[in-house]
Design a binder for this molecule. Structure first.
Ligand code: SAM
Length: 235
């Protein structure tokens, strides 16, 4: 596999989820016409699905390398929070057998995409869970391995996860606090929780183990990717 099977509609979502995939012309259009027109019109007519597929695959393969050491072994229950259409999980699946993927996502595209810190308001989203499911099936994940939950409408899965991954989503666009209670319920001291944040030190108050895996200095947010485990007791 060196690119993804991707529909035009999914490619449009992927560009919203990963703006670095947009080529310079698309970025220029976004600046010129604003985000609403970019999202609803420009991506409809000026996007090369093949180019998106190739770039998305390359980005997700690189992201996979930052987390792969923590999936080894018996890690069968994988929770993805805000995984977008699921490119990372498709790459994980092509490298490991028999993983059960659980996705918590949202099922709408915000009118105004801000790519900012929504904090506790968390009103931003750019996904479509039907497109996500088709993407995962078309990229060799079996139906029985796919469990998708709509953050706004579904009861979230209640099981103990081995690994929880949220790239550029949890504590990057919205406050970790939104998920803290839930994550305490679905983790064991061994569960590995990986996400991107601009306040890595803060998590020393929440977890007994916090390790910085990577620093993203070239992005607007200058975030760190951290691996946390073992929640401290609440005071
Ligand atoms: C910047 S995109 C990143 C997508 C993917 N993780 C990646 O690295 O390409 C952020 C994703 O978080 C999702 N999202 C926003 N709020 C969420 C929430 N409360 N729970 C789960 N996902 C959320 C958005 O719909 C979007 O797909």
């Amino acid at each position: 596999m060196n690119s993804f099977e991707i529909s035009k509609k999914t490619a449009r979502l992927v560009v919203l989820q990963r703006i670095e995939i947009a080529n310079p012309l698309l970025k220029y259009f976004r600046k010129l016409f604003g985000r609403y027109i970019f999202t609803n019109i420009i991506t409809k007519f000026f996007l090369s699905t093949q180019e998106v597929s190739n770039k998305y695959f390359k980005i997700m393969s690189d992201e996979f390398l930052t987390i792969k050491d923590f999936i080894k072994g018996d890690n069968k229950n994988f929770l993805s929070i805000g995984g977008g259409v699921g490119g990372l999980e498709a790459v994980v699946n092509s490298n490991f057998n028999d993983i059960n993927f659980y996705f918590i996502e949202r099922n709408f595209v915000s009118n105004k995409i801000k790519y900012g810190w929504g904090g506790l308001l968390n009103s931003e989203a750019y996904n479509d869970v039907l497109e996500q499911k088709n993407f995962l099936l078309n990229n060799s994940i079996n139906n029985s391995q796919i469990n998708i939950f709509d953050f706004d409408n579904d009861q979230l899965p209640k099981l103990k996860f081995d690994i929880i991954v949220s790239l550029l989503s949890l504590d990057y666009h919205y406050d970790f606090n939104i998920y803290e209670k839930y994550l305490r319920e679905v983790s064991t001291p061994k569960t590995k929780i990986i996400f991107d944040t601009i306040r890595a030190d803060y998590f020393n108050k929440i977890f007994n183990n916090v390790k910085i895996l990577d620093s993203q200095i070239n992005t607007v947010h200058k975030s760190k990717r951290i691996l946390c485990s073992d929640f401290k007791d609440k005071i």
